[in-house]
Design a binder for this molecule. Structure first.
Ligand SMILES: [Zn+2]
Ligand SMILES: [Zn+2]
Length: 171
């Protein structure tokens, strides 16, 4: 079976937002071995297959969103794709999806300072990050941000200009 792809969440199969357990999709009723349980809906939904996320049927059926918050993008179709047809990510706080070039970025995964150093982009993304409103300071992030620590980084990449962007949250 061909794997479903998400434009804004290309690494979904390596990400812990995807639950690898047997379940029954509450939208299409099919038995599945991987599903999304991280859903914002007033209804009690906790098992949606990737197909029903990707084609938007679950969002419509349960008046649901999969992402909590994002930067502003002018195209409403892109907005619809992110909130209603893209799985979110797990952080200490609710998602905050970054945008660039008037489009949402691809979410690549959780990172710490070590991962950013390995990629050679630590200074570039930190310099940009600390300019953001309410950002943690450069010193704090540099000292405490670990991939799976009490302060985590979330790495994004622009689909258009290729620039990396960082979001940080903490326990
Ligand atoms: Zn389904
Ligand atoms: Zn860009």
């Amino acid at each position: 079976m061909e794997k479903i792809k998400f434009k804004y969440h290309p690494n979904i199969y390596e990400d812990d937002i995807l639950v690898h357990e047997n379940g029954v999709c509450q939208c299409c009723g099919k038995k599945v071995s991987e599903y999304i349980e991280h859903i914002y809906s007033s209804e009690d939904v906790n098992c949606i297959c990737l197909q029903c996320v990707s084609d938007g049927t679950a969002a419509v059926k349960f008046d649901a969103e999969f992402v909590s918050c994002a930067e502003t993008v002018s195209d409403l179709e892109k907005n619809d794709e992110l909130f209603h047809r893209t799985p979110g990510y797990l952080g200490w706080q609710d998602e905050y999806w970054l945008a660039c070039c008037d489009d949402y970025c691809q979410y690549l995964g959780r990172v710490g300072i070590d991962e950013l150093k390995d990629m050679g982009i630590k200074d570039e993304v930190l310099e940009e990050y600390v300019q953001r409103e309410d950002a943690y300071s450069h010193e704090v992030v540099e000292e405490y941000m670990y991939k799976d620590g009490d302060m985590s980084g979330y790495l994004f990449k622009c689909i258009h200009c290729g620039k990396y962007h960082l979001w940080v949250d903490a326990n």
